[in-house]
Design a protein around this ligand. Structure first.
Ligand code: PGA
Length: 254
């Protein structure tokens, strides 16, 4: 049985004070309402707020993730942060290959593979994102695009290391647009991804890897999406900034 996982991606929202207030509010709801066996919870604030957020959730069910990492161990890379820095700040997870990073910062799947390796070497769990654009979906190229992103991004990741990998399928056309993939469309892609993992790593690993769906997940559509056999939770953008909505989505994974 795969344990569901719900991760909140705050993107570039909330200054330090606001981040502390938001994580404190989420922590309060989780403390009062979390049930044993509920989904695993990860919150990904800005890098600036990582360390203080990690301190504020100590002893709770909430884990902290980063939104990016540099592929190098250390060195002259102004403006960057390494996996060991993230770990020392209290992060246990890191989002890699989010479509916004692919689109605005020219991150390729090859670059993501190096980031995935660097993060796993520090025992961080990666949330590796894949997903097609609207144009690719409309021209029926989505399976090829996802296969390419997955194969290149997981290049060099061993079977053992796959226990530190979570995949997030996020169709670009559904991110922040209010449009979600239908649960059938999402399930179809999730099953396809699991099949690709099976052909590379075998059945056991394919059955244990969690594949999250992301793109306009809200309290009112989460239950149906999470009810699909190959959907193991969600990566939540906008709704993760609203503590009550975020927790309703966590509950929908029950
Ligand atoms: P959204 O973002 O939930 O606001 O669509 C999802 C994401 O980008 O991870």
């Amino acid at each position: 049985m795969r344990k569901k996982l719900v991760a909140g991606n705050w993107k570039m929202h909330k200054n330090l004070t606001e981040s502390q207030a938001l994580i404190t509010e989420i922590r309060g709801i989780v403390r009062d309402e979390f049930r044993q066996n509920d989904a695993e919870i990860v919150v990904c604030p800005s890098a600036l707020a990582l360390a203080s957020s990690a301190r504020l959730v100590e002893g709770s069910e909430i884990q902290i993730g980063a939104q990016n990492v540099n592929e190098n161990k250390e060195g002259a890379y102004t403006g960057e942060w390494s996996a060991s820095m993230l770990k020392s700040a209290g992060a246990t997870h890191v989002i890699i290959g989010h479509s916004e990073r692919r689109q605005y910062y020219n991150e390729t799947s090859e670059a993501c593979a190096l980031k995935n390796k660097a993060a796993i070497a520090e025992e961080l769990t990666v949330l590796y994102c894949v997903g097609e654009s609207l144009e690719e979906r409309e021209s029926n190229q989505h399976f090829d695009v996802i296969k390419d992103q997955l194969e290149k991004g997981l290049e060099g990741i061993s079977s053992e290391e796959m226990s530190h990998v979570v995949i997030a399928y996020e169709p670009v056309w559904a991110i922040g647009t209010g449009k979600t993939a239908s649960s059938e469309q999402a399930q179809e892609v999730h099953a396809f991804i699991r099949g690709l993992i099976e052909s590379k790593y075998g059945l056991n690993i394919a059955e244990s890897v969690r594949i999250l769906y992301g793109g306009s997940v809200k309290p009112d559509n989460a239950k149906e999406i999470f009810g699909q056999p190959d959907i193991d939770g969600g990566l939540i953008g906008g709704a993760s900034l609203k503590p009550r909505d975020f927790f309703e989505i966590i509950k929908a994974a029950r």
